[in-house]
Design a protein around this ligand. Structure first.
Ligand code: GLN
Length: 487
């Protein structure tokens, strides 16, 4: 088997047995990126020298008997993570010139676990979008069909993993940005419980919703990456202090007797019939494996998109106030006074979608409207959370679709924000509630991949990954590779 089709678990075994070195592996991925990424535009900053040096170090460490959990494994970071000495753009012209003086905690943790950074991936500007089309660096193409979007906002990371240009990647998920691109690109992606992974050094979009997670071929690989990423961080005040379990420990436990809830509201409207069929086929597989399926109800699901599109813009309008052209980031030429400096730096630095959100958010937070919009949205958020708390009294996990359709065409929805926002209808609720949720490859419709969503209870990432792994032992959707990635 070609090196790049191995999972992280397999690559670690091959590195250990000396089948190939990390330097050979890293060089192999670098070559793939060089040839393939002109098709996809998945990377904003591919790395070469530095990656090869780190790989050499990893090989030397291994030779000296130093075994690290991800020792010598090449991964990519979404360009939302600050990386010391490397451009960290967040997909925006605003940060096109920004070289971070420090590493995000996620980056630090993965480096400490032995991972090799092979590049920074393309994304929707400031993670606002569902198609990776709002990037200042141009859209990312879906490797399964180059005329289609890979989903977003972590579309660069999803494409990089799907096209086997790295072994795994990081993503972030504020309303679905790990799970939806994972679904549309045919890979596994997990958004952990809010606060499980540190947000320090991760450019803030909507701070009460943002969460980083792994994007990989398989659930077992996601467990390995999450082991390294998760943990308390004093630098993030919302970081959870509970000890981190070994997410790989329970992967091989059978799921017989596990209680799964099918959320009826997810099947009511807007879901493509073929996508629904794929999800139901996957449910059947799980049932055969001994899972007990029942119908559950999350009655406030429909309110999740409107609530999110008040809360997320409100928080983003506050977070993005820091880009003022003064301290870092884009600054306009020859400002005449301070007002002109702010106005032009921000007008030039931000793209249309980001501006739209800042305006919505500023409006929703303004005196007189705060109660009508922001407070109302927060009340709905509580109702949505309560729905989940009730359902988790009855079942262990909730399963359903990730997105209403397979990958759509480039340009198809970019001019119609509301249609684009509806992409998130099945994913947003778990962000509002802070729950962990994942997408695992579950089938194809007309040659395009589809994921199944698994939502777990608070801090129960281990059960989600166990279910994903057991499902992947019975299916081979996660093993398929796009023809465009064949060299
Ligand atoms: N598509 C959603 C948005 O545009 C979610 C993005 C995300 O999760 N970062 O806000």
């Amino acid at each position: 088997m070609a090196m790049h089709n191995n999972t992280i678990v397999e690559l670690l075994a091959a590195l250990k047995s000396g089948e190939f070195s990390s330097k050979e592996l890293t060089r192999h991925y670098i070559e793939r990126i060089k040839v393939l990424d002109s098709l996809y535009n998945a990377f904003i900053t591919p790395l070469e020298e530095q990656a090869l040096q780190a790989a050499e170090q990893a090989d030397a460490d291994r030779a000296r008997g130093k075994e690290l959990p991800l020792g010598g494994i090449p991964i990519a970071h979404k360009d939302i993570f600050c990386t010391r000495g490397i451009k960290s753009t967040c997909g925006s012209r605003m940060l096109d010139n920004f070289i971070s003086p420090y590493d995000a905690t996620v980056v630090e943790n993965l480096t400490a676990a032995g991972a090799i950074l092979i590049g920074k991936t393309n994304m929707d500007e400031f993670a606002m979008g569902s198609s990776s089309e709002t990037s200042f660096y141009g859209p990312v193409k879906n490797p399964w069909d180059l005329e289609r979007v890979p989903g977003g906002s972590s579309g660069g990371s999803a494409t990089a993993v799907a096209a086997r240009m790295c072994a795994g990647a990081t993503g972030t998920d504020t309303g679905g940005s790990i799970r939806q691109p994972a679904s549309l690109c045919g890979i596994s992606g997990l958004k952990p419980t809010y606060g499980r992974v540190s947000r320090w050094g991760m450019v803030a979009f909507a701070s009460s919703l943002d969460q980083a997670g792994p994007m990989t071929q398989t659930a077992a690989d996601a467990a390995l990456m999450l082991n390294a990423m998760a943990g308390h961080d004093a630098k993030d005040s919302t970081s959870i202090t509970d000890p981190v379990p070994d997410y790989s420990a329970r992967l091989n436990d059978k799921i017989c007797g596990i209680k799964l809830g099918l959320c009826k509201e997810y099947f009511e409207d807007g879901l493509d019939a073929n996508v629904q069929q794929c999800v139901m086929d996957a449910v059947l597989v799980l049932e055969k494996m001994g899972a007990r399926i029942s119908e559950v109800s999350l009655p406030n699901t429909r309110q999740s998109v409107p609530a999110y599109y008040v809360i997320a813009p409100a928080e983003c309008s506050a977070n993005l106030a820091r880009y003022d052209g003064v301290r870092f980031g884009h600054r306009c030429e020859n400002p005449v006074d301070l007002g002109d400096l702010y106005r032009r730096s921000r007008s030039e630095g931000f793209g249309a979608e980001v501006k739209r959100r800042i305006m919505i958010g500023t409006f929703a937070l303004s005196a007189g409207y705060y109660d009508a919009y922001y407070r109302k949205a927060q009340q709905i958020r509580r109702l949505i959370k309560n729905d989940f708390v009730n359902v988790f009294e009855e079942v262990d996990m909730i399963i359903g679709p990730i997105a209403p359709s397979t990958a759509f065409r480039l340009g198809e929805k970019i001019g119609d924000p509301v249609t684009m926002y509806l992409q998130d209808i099945f994913t947003i609720a778990s962000n509002l509630a802070g729950l962990p949720a994942a997408s695992f490859p579950a089938g194809f419709v007309d040659g395009l991949p589809i994921g199944i969503q698994v939502i777990g209870n608070y801090l129960d990432e281990a059960s989600i990954l166990q279910l994903g792994h057991q499902f992947q032992l019975q299916t081979d959707w996660h093993k398929r590779t796009p023809a465009s990635a064949e060299l």
